[in-house]
Every structure is written in structure tokens, then in C-alpha cells.
Design a protein around this ligand. Sequence first.
Ligand SMILES: Nc1ncnc2c1ncn2[C@@H]1O[C@H](COP(=O)(O)OP(=O)(O)O)[C@@H](O)[C@H]1O
Ligand SMILES: [Mg+2]
Length: 363
Amino acid sequence: MAATFAVELRSVTKRFGSFTAVKDVSLGIRQGEFFSLLGPSGCGKTTNLRMIAGFELPSSGSILLGGQDVSQLPPFKRNVNTVFQNYALFPHLSVRDNVAFGLEMKGIDKAEKVKRVAEALEMVRLPGAGSKKPNQLSGGQRQRIALARAIVNRPQVLLLDEPLGALDLKLRKAMQLELKELQRRLAITFVFVTHDQEEALVMSDRIGVMDHGVLRQVGTPQEIYDRPADRFVADFIGDTNFLPCRVVEQSNGTARVQVAGMTMTAASDQTLVDNSSAYLAIRPEKVQLYASDGPRIPEEERFAGVIVEAVFMGTDTRYAVELAPQTQIVVRQQNMNTAAGRFALGQKVDVGWETVFARVLVS
Ligand SMILES: Nc1ncnc2c1ncn2[C@@H]1O[C@H](COP(=O)(O)OP(=O)(O)O)[C@@H](O)[C@H]1O
Ligand SMILES: [Mg+2]
């Protein structure tokens, strides 16, 4: 028997009037997994989370928690907790009472309550903050209290809706690592919503990428980055060159395509029609620059070009290389030891990449 999912969505659709916010989403989130829903603003992430929590009911389809259909259960009958972006702490209550709030509602006895609140504050590394008021804390500390308030209930699943969105960049990066570490220690399933692709890559075991209510791809950060299922995913996550191309032929997961008069091989999972137009997608850091046409590494495509732009960015230099009139490719090269190996505007170069890193995408 297949293991039961912590959270499962089966063909879930959510309509608001004539507008469809979530379209036929099917998804299984594993026990103890850090799962992120990633996509641009308005793509339906929060709506999905609210349906898992029970604040919204699906228009069709079903939602299961630990294998049990909870589609029609109210929020308080679901063993999940939600952490919102705006913390939603009670300003007049102490940190201790804020954290204890959920336990109060459940009628847990005093000794147990004191113990669990202390544990939760310990977990978020603010053991001494119990008697403070929220306005005496920094943004990052308030966010940790909001987390403590959720984990004190020992939910099976913690839902987090852009919980780090209000923090400045440096604090957010520190909190990303802290939150991931906390999730490992607690072994609670996290469903984390973010529009920040880097945040999703850094934190997640797996990511579900959404666009206009549709779940486009589910995979590990590396799968999503290295093998984007479509143009939307390739474009939304990381930087990608899209070179217009013409399909020559396709067989067994690879294709021959023509780009600016040059024929090359690339990976392809989508179904391609011979002689149709498509895009060759390749990440800027996967492209190598060579001063001259030296020995090739195996399975490498190599083309001549001219440097038409060079931007020094500290760790990297970003080049634009013209391969043919109207056809440019962006290349990122790490600045290693010395200025040797850097290229000048107008310099003739060869560009090359391993065929596995290039993908043909039609849609
Ligand atoms: N209660 C509602 N009534 C009408 N439209 C809604 C409601 N909630 C969300 N929407 C719409 O559904 C779409 C998805 O919203 P949301 O799930 O909040 O997106 P995200 O969290 O990805 O930014 C948006 O276009 C939003 O305006
Ligand atoms: Mg949202």
C-alpha cells in the first residue's frame, strides 16, 4: 500500500463567482515534508492554503488530511495551524498568553499549558520573552512568537502564508534557515507559501509551482531548476535564455533544433512537431566561454560569437554574446582568481554548453 499523504488535494477547483482561482489541482504532500507553493501574486496560493485550513471550501474536488476526507469539516476540526504574514498577535496580551491562546481554547490544564508554552518558546529560541508585550519585540521576534503560538498546538500540519514577507532581506535570510531547522526538529509537515523563488529553493524539500490557478510542476528544487516542465516555470525560477528555434526532429527525450542557422541537440520532454517553432532554454551559468576553439568536452555544442555586453557584478560577470544578427545569449561567468579568463567588448569568442543543459520548450 502506498504511504498516506499528510495533505492531499484531489482535483480541487475553487471559484469565486465566475472567476476560477484554483483549477483542478491534484497534489500529495508527504509526512514531515517541507513543501512550498510558489508562484506570482494572485496565482491561488493563499486560496489553496485556506482550503487546506478549512477557511474556504472547494467548489469541487476533495481535501484529505492523513488520509481522511476533511473537505466538509470546519477549521477547528482539522489538525492544522496557520501562520500568517501579519503575525496576528494580540497586542494587549503578553507573549506567554499569546502563545497559550490556542491551548486555552482547548481547555488544556494549567500545568500542561505552562510546560508546553515554555517548550514552544524554547523551540523558537525566545525562552525569556514570556512576559513581554508584542510591541516590545522586533519583527523577527514577533514572527517567532507567531510560530510558537502555532506549534504549541502540536498540529500535524503547519500552514505558513508568506510568513517572512514583512521582514527585511537580511533577517528574512536568517529566518529562512532557522525555520527550516525548526521544521526538521519538529518533524511537522510544513506547507509554506511564497512568491519568492529563491526562498522556495533554499527552504523546500519539494516545490509546487502555480500560475493562474494551475499547478504547473511539482518537484525538488533541483528538478524544478534543472528540468523546468514548461516556459512559465523556466522563466519564473532563475534566469533563462530563450532562443527562438525550429524543430528538426525529436526522438527519445532529445531533439535536434535549428537556432540562427545552426543545428544543435537538446533535451525535450514536451511533444514537439517537426518543423514547428519553439524555444531553446538554457541557463546563463551553464554556458561556457572560450577565447578560441580548443578541445571539446564530450556532448558539447560549440558556436562562434562576439561579446556585445560585459557587466561586472562582483561574484560574476554577465556577458551578452551575439551568435548571429538578432540572436544573443546571456552568459554568467564566475570571477575566479584573476582578471585572466575575462572577456572584452567586441572580442570574438566561442560559446559552448553540454546538450543536457539545453531544453526545447514549446509552451
Ligand atoms: N474571497 C474572494 N473573492 C473573490 N476573489 C478572490 C477571493 N479570494 C481570492 N480571490 C482571487 O483569487 C485569486 C487568487 O488569490 P490568492 O489565492 O490570494 O493568490 P496568491 O495568494 O497566490 O497571491 C486572485 O485573483 C484573488 O483576487
Ligand atoms: Mg497570498
